[in-house]
Each structure stands twice: as C-alpha cells, then as structure tokens.
Design a protein around this ligand. Structure first.
Ligand SMILES: *Cc1c(COP(=O)(O)O)cnc(C)c1O
Length: 432
C-alpha cells in the first residue's frame, strides 16, 4: 500500500487500520533499533515523551562498551588510538549534527549542556550598548532560558523588569507571526537580541524562524535560537537562515540519553570576529598548538573555538550511536513520516472532539513539529493518569496540558491509535 493514509472516516479508526498503515508506510519504523519499555503486562508501552527524553537506541550500549574497553586497554593512549580516538571525539559528531540543523560542520560543536552553552554564547553575542540593551524572548519560554537571560541582563547591569521583553501569547494560546514582527520593529533601537525557541516547548508551535531572524537583523539585533524542541524534529537551515547562534540539547529528539552532551551553532560569518568576547578554555584553543600550551589563547576555527574542556567521552559515544540512526534515516524522510503520524493523531482525536478539551498546537503542519499539546478544560490530571494506566506515556504540564509527541523514528500508527482510543474512552466513560 503506497497511497497516503485516509484519515477522516470514522471507519478507519481501528487497530487493524493502524497496523495496515504501519505495514504499508513508505518509511519503515526504526523502532526495533530502540529499547521500548514494557508495561505491567509485559506489553510495549506507547511512548509519547520523546520530546522530553528520547528512547535508548540498542546500539548505545555497544558504543559505551567500546569506550570502556579503549580506556581499559589503552588508558591514556586512547586519546590517539582505538576505534574513536578521544582527541577527535567532538569532530566525529559535528557533521551529522550539522546535517540535522542545516549547517556547515565547522559551524557546529557538541559540548557541555544546553543552558551552559546558552550562557557561553550570550557572553559572546549579548553585548548591550547605549540604548540597545533589551533581549526579546517569547512569553512562557522554558524556565531555564528565562533564568539564563535574566541573569545575563543583571550581569550587564540591566534590569530584567525593564529589559526583558516578552513576545506575548495571543488569546488562542499561540504566538502570532505579525505580532512578533511588529514587536521586533517596535524595539528596533532598544533591543540587542532576539532569542527564540524554534519550537515552543509548551504549545508545540514552530515559529517562522527565517522571517523572524530577518526582521531581527533588519532591526539591528543579533538573532539566537534555542532548538531544544526543534533539533531532530523539524527541518532547519541555520546557515542559510543566517542565524547568529543556536543551542540545543541532545537527550530529547536526539536520543543521546539523560544529561547527554548538548551542541551549539555559530554562523561562519562570526568565525573571524576577533572582537567577539568569549569565555575560553584549552579545548577551544587551536588544536595545532594546543599542546604547546602557549600563554596566548588562539581560538580554533569555527564553533570549535567555543569549547572549554575536553569532551565527556561516554556521553559522546551515546550521542554517536543515536546520530548514526539519523544519518541512516535522513531528516527529510523523518519529517515526512512525522507529518503522517501527527496528522493521523490529530485526525483521530478530532473525530471524537468534545468541549472538555482542545488542541492548542497549530493545526497547520508547517507551524508545528511532531508534538500535539492538548488542553484539558476539566479532569486533566485524571485523564493523564488514565492514559498512564493503559501504558500510554505522555507528559503532563501544569496546570492543564498533556503533551504527546509521536516521534517518527520509533512511534507507530498503532501507538497513535492506542492513545486516541484510550483518550476517547476516558471521556466517554466520564460523560455518564
Ligand atoms: C529541555 C530544555 C532545556 C533544558 O536545559 P538543560 O540545560 O539541558 O537542562 C532548556 N531550554 C529549553 C527550551 C528546553 O526545552
């Protein structure tokens, strides 16, 4: 079967149909390459929390054991010898990461964790001057971004009450594109930076990133991105879009494991900007002379020059295992599958629409990734717990939102059917 799935007819909302869609899909699932947790009855759970913590690739263990073996057999010589010499650990993952975010390999480096990278790049790119001091972020940005930005403002003697400008959510719970463009224009003389979450973690909205970057640049601002919920989820073209910098973690859609090594992007046009301040460490020093340990810091070319420490080899090995799957699948195929899965979830949910809940994620597939956020107007937590008892793992966000992310790499139409079926059963049973 190669025809696109038909969604709307209620008759297609069966388990058999879901299995048929799985069987005939143009992109065979990579689910067998992952560990899927089992529920109490020994049945694979339907996991919709890949936007919080991606599942573990089965290959991760072997990659980790390889490094433990290298350490055991070679000790310090593992830096130069063994299957993945540690000296080059970060270089091995740069190209696959760059393909995921649409960058040149030299523009990307894997290091640290997301919030650490955000601070490091704010040190370089947030440079308040005269009246131009404000930072624009979206309302309800992820708290870590909020805290990081407020602390940077204070560090520069600014007042977050004044100088943190929030792009407000509209009535419908979404960000309005025109309103964002107007806000950027309004602060054209006062804002130093636009810092945007590529996909908003709460409502799942994908911004029109290139338009907002262009507007920020036209208004004299630096444009930075937090791609925690975008990397590995939606198509990105950071180089072409001229983003100044971006940061993202790898344990969500990139399946690198809890606390996995994050990454960042610095556009090539900043590579030779000697006046950019940066906090430096030895691993960011030009590798040609790193071990001569000269007194003067000479940054390595590209994003590598922002590194501080030698990489954490074990998390990097886990990241490598996951990136191999992205290399195998490719983002275009993953995105196409993602549109089919999330589209079907939306159709199945809407087929049983009640006024007790609403989907707050945009209906336009171009304005979202795989995540759907469902606002429960009543009994939200009970609904979430009901799903959990059925072996359906979503994510609960106070006060009233269930987030569900069908991840194209390992979720199936059957998972999607299970979620929609259990969801409707809950409301049917509670409507008595
Ligand atoms: C997940 C997430 C983070 C987490 O930050 P860590 O430094 O990895 O703990 C930060 N920002 C956003 C937008 C996120 O979605």
């Amino acid at each position: 079967m190669t025809a696109p799935p038909t969604y709307s007819s209620h008759a297609t909302a069966t388990l058999e149909h879901a299995r048929m869609l799985d069987h005939g899909d143009a992109f065979p699932t990579l689910r067998p390459r992952f560990h899927v947790p089992l529920d109490a009855e020994g049945r694979e759970i339907a996991y919709f929390s890949g936007n919080s913590l991606g599942l573990q690739p089965r290959a991760t263990e072997a990659e980790l054991l390889t490094e433990l073996d290298t350490w055991a057999r070679l000790a310090v010589d593992g830096h130069f010898d063994g299957p993945h010499p540690w000296m080059r650990t970060h270089e091995e993952v740069a190209a696959p990461l760059a393909r995921i975010v649409g960058a040149l390999p030299s523009e990307v480096v894997a290091m640290n964790t997301l919030t650490v990278n955000l601070h490091l790049l704010l040190v370089s790119f947030y440079r308040p001057e005269g009246r131009r001091r404000k930072i624009i972020i979206e309302e309800k940005a992820f708290p870590s971004d909020q805290y990081a930005v407020m602390s940077q403002l204070r560090f520069h003697g600014c007042d977050p009450e004044h100088d943190l400008i929030e792009l407000p959510l509209s009535e419908d719970g979404l960000f309005d594109r025109q309103r964002a463009l107007d806000l950027i224009h309004l602060y054209r003389d006062e804002a130093a930076m636009l810092l945007l979450g590529g996909v908003n973690y709460y409502n799942g909205q994908l911004f029109d990133i290139p338009a907002l970057i262009d507007a920020a640049h036209a208004a004299g601002m630096v444009a930075g991105l937090d791609l925690a919920h975008a990397a590995g989820n939606v198509p990105l073209h950071l180089h072409e879009w001229n983003a100044d910098f971006a940061v993202w973690c790898s344990y969500k859609y990139l399946n690198s494991g809890p606390g996995g090594t994050a990454a960042c992007f610095v556009h090539a046009r900043h590579e030779h900007a000697p006046d950019l301040p940066r906090f430096s460490g030895w691993w960011g020093h030009d590798p040609a002379t790193r071990f001569a340990m000269p007194r003067q810091f000479m940054p390595a070319p590209g994003a590598d020059g922002w590194q501080l420490s030698n990489p954490a080899v074990l998390p990097m090995a886990a990241l490598r295992a996951s990136l191999a799957l992205f290399e195998e699948a490719g983002m275009p195929a993953l995105r196409a599958k993602s549109l089919r899965l999330t589209g079907w979830l939306e159709q199945l949910l809407r087929a049983g629409q009640r006024d007790t809940w609403s989907i707050i994620t945009p209906a336009d597939p171009e304005q979202r990734g795989c995540q759907l956020s469902i606002r429960l107007h009543e009994r939200g937590r009970a609904c979430f717990d009901h799903l959990h008892r059925q072996g359906i793992v979503c994510d609960w966000r106070e006060p009233d939102v269930i987030r569900a992310a069908p991840v194209p790499m390992y979720n199936t139409f059957e998972d999607v059917w299970r979620l929609a079926d259990a969801f409707h059963t809950f409301w049917r049973d509670s409507a008595v």
